[in-house]
Design a protein. Structure first.
Length: 338
């Protein structure tokens, strides 16, 4: 039984989600203590508990400690099962994080799977649906499996109520090497809003134009009429020859639209100036895929705490070596060998 201290590294839910994913793939039971000890509300919240139960369903697992606010969990997978699944967070908690918990296992299952996920689809501190569909899943497909995602309706914090569907055709993961971005072929800034003034989206896009020099043709407004509650998200999509990256910022009550846009624009600017193909958030997810493929490499920005936490969690479950080399002050090469 592997024992993991959830307070190590970034101290959030990532240790739990990655451990669940790797436990399913390897069939290795584990116990995690001090769950989310680094957060203001430690222990399992609704979205984390949904991820745990989703992993248990996919892996026919035995559970101990799977309760709200629990700080310890024991997870014993028995057999990996493909099939049709429906997971609902029940709050505005991130449904995309639930998907990223079970998807690595379903990529190697014995047959295809379909999933319906409900909850938050566009959440701060979680990958929004647009990131999954445009940045992450295209790389999954390049590695072998065929995964498609369709958004039925968006769900913003605090109302939630979003819904999306995912189809998975499993295949062995092939190593991927992504060291060059290539030329930027398309840029698109999209200010999405639901039940908030149009002026908010307009000001966000004007700020993107000023800060990044993106033309009017590269900026668009999208009103989301199917969302159950109010919300606003600014998405900056950078499509290059070899990869697409997506940067997002979320409108909040009391935060100026210009400040929301400035945060997303700054993240995109740093990425573009560094000349790397893989951004900060995609780094964590791609690293997990390459670890499961037992090989690959990519160039990215200097690693943050989330990436370091991923590397430390891999060591519990996988015999892979992760090497990080400094290319410049703005770039790092990550190499994974199994």
């Amino acid at each position: 039984m592997i024992r993991i201290d959830g307070s190590k590294g970034e101290g959030g839910g990532q240790v739990l989600r990655t451990s669940l994913a790797l436990s399913l793939v390897t069939g290795t039971p584990f116990q995690v203590v001090n769950i989310r000890a680094g957060r203001s509300k430690p222990g399992l919240l609704r979205q984390h508990l949904t991820a745990v139960k989703a992993a248990a369903a996919v892996g026919d697992a035995e559970l101990e400690g799977a309760e709200l606010h629990s700080k310890e969990l024991t997870f014993r997978p028995r057999s990996l099962k493909c099939g049709e699944y429906h997971f609902a967070v029940g709050t505005a908690g991130s449904a995309t994080l639930v998907l990223q918990t079970v998807l690595p296992a379903l990529l190697s299952a014995s047959g295809p799977s379909t999933l319906v996920l409900e909850g938050g689809t566009h959440n701060p501190a979680a990958p929004p649906f647009d990131f999954l569909a445009k940045a992450y899943l295209p790389l999954v497909r390049r590695m072998g499996p065929v995964v498609e995602a369709t958004l039925d309706r968006p769900g913003f914090f605090p109302a939630g109520g979003g819904k999306f569907r995912v189809s998975v055709q499993p295949a062995p993961l092939k190593p991927l090497h992504l060291l060059e971005r290539g030329n930027v072929v398309r840029r698109q800034a999209t200010a999405m809003f639901s039940q908030v003034p149009f002026d908010v989206a307009k000001r966000e896009l004007e700020t993107v134009g000023r800060r990044l020099g993106w033309s009017e043709a590269e900026r668009r407004v999208e009103e989301l009429k199917r969302a159950p509650g109010p919300g606003n998200v600014l998405s900056l999509e950078v499509e290059s020859e070899h990869v697409t990256e997506v940067f997002t910022a979320f409108g909040e009550r009391g935060v100026r639209a210009e400040d929301v846009a400035a945060a997303a624009a700054e993240e995109a600017r740093v990425y573009l100036e560094a000349g790397v193909p893989v951004g900060e958030h995609l780094c964590d997810q791609l690293m997990l895929l390459l670890a499961l493929a037992r090989g690959g490499s990519f160039r990215t920005l200097p690693l943050d705490g989330h990436a370091q936490t991923q590397i430390e969690t891999f060591a519990h479950f996988l015999d892979v070596k992760v090497a990080v080399h400094e290319v410049s002050t703005q770039a790092r090469d990550v190499q994974i060998k199994g």
